[in-house]
Design a binder for this molecule. Structure first.
Ligand code: C2O
Length: 337
């Protein structure tokens, strides 16, 4: 068994290279870890597209995020702590259990399951705070024209969804470039480019190409990212982050700060949605079947402040986790590269 799990009892301060100094992203001390069991849900929650949310859905989202922001920082359900989860798992606060190597969820096949589990608990915390079991987080539908700019509801300074550390030049209605590399491309071509790019990135055949490379206990970080992680996922992070921020690129442009932007969770919900779409693009199972991948696990706090261990094998089907995505047109399917 070469599966990976984080050694959560030995969380260390991190030192993101961009920041150059130590910072503490560790969760409150974990005493007991309970094993995850899938929720019993009569009908799955439906995660809406941001641009199609009803006023009530928007109000709930704003209220829920606000409630998270009001919780004390040492409450693992607080927004501050939720942001730190990303920092801890992505800036190497944990070692792999029984190994001297860092536990890293980017650039390998832990990328999709980790972010799914992270959003899953984030959503459960919101449901709990709002006392609305059906509440579902929205997805930023950046793969289709109506979603190809920064979602407006996140850009009102009075809203809990606002974050001032974003690129001033990328405010709506500025169109998103899914393969943004720091340079602006002429707008009239960009929507068509984006659709062709999505088609290209989603058309990869193998689990390794889509989900990324399976790494085993003792393996170091490797450049084994899947297609969507590489682009558009990374590019959107950079496109949203503020190039004029203190260190350059916060919040979305760095691992340690990305989770501080409420838009992060809508961005990742769409990344997660891409996994669902890819799984169904062929009439056969497509995910990795490697047992070491399936047995790898993450430890996250739930809505009752309990630390829960969830395995990759428990993250493969979003329906089992109790949610699906709103059905919206997928125009890139008919836009070959
Ligand atoms: Cu953990 Cu979008 O990255």
């Amino acid at each position: 068994d070469w599966s990976l799990s984080p050694d959560v009892h030995n969380c260390k301060p991190v030192k993101p290279s961009a920041v150059g100094k130590k910072m503490d992203c560790c969760p409150p001390k974990i005493k007991e870890i309970i094993e995850f069991t899938p929720p019993v849900v009569p009908t799955p929650r439906v995660r809406p597209a941001v641009h199609l949310m009803t006023p009530d859905q928007i109000a709930d989202l704003e209220k829920g995020i606000q409630m998270m922001k009001m919780l004390p920082e040492d409450d693992p359900r607080s927004f501050a702590h939720q942001a730190k989860v990303h920092c801890a798992y992505c800036d190497d606060a944990y070692k792999q259990m029984d190994s001297t190597m860092d536990f890293q969820v980017h650039e390998n096949a832990l990328f999709f399951p980790f972010h799914r589990a992270y959003l899953y608990f984030f959503e459960r915390i919101l449901c709990h705070l709002l006392e609305k079991p059906d509440f579902a987080i929205p997805f930023w539908n950046w793969d289709a024209p109506p979603g190809m700019c920064m979602p407006k509801i996140y850009t009102k300074p009075s809203s809990s969804l606002y974050d001032e550390n974003r690129d001033k030049c990328h405010q709506p209605p500025k169109l998103l470039n899914l393969n943004y590399g720091g340079k602006e491309v002429k707008d009239p071509e960009i929507v068509d480019f984006n659709l062709r790019w999505m088609n290209d990135q989603m058309s990869v055949e193998t689990a390794k190409e889509f989900l990324g490379k399976v790494i085993k206990r003792g393996n170091g970080p490797e450049n084994g990212s899947g297609s969507i992680e590489t682009s558009p996922h990374n590019n959107i992070h950079i496109w949203v982050g503020d190039p004029e921020a203190t260190i350059h690129g916060e919040d979305m442009g760095h691992f340690y700060s990305a989770g501080r932007d409420p838009l992060f969770y809508a961005h990742h919900a769409n990344v997660d949605r891409m996994w669902n779409i890819w799984q169904k693009m062929k009439d056969r199972p497509r995910d990795h079947t490697d047992m070491d991948w399936l047995n790898s696990s993450f430890v996250l706090y739930d809505e009752n402040r309990k630390a829960v261990r969830i395995k990759v094998s428990q993250c493969l089907d979003s329906k089992i986790l109790g949610y699906v995505y709103q059905d919206v047109p997928i125009p890139w399917k008919d836009t070959p590269p």
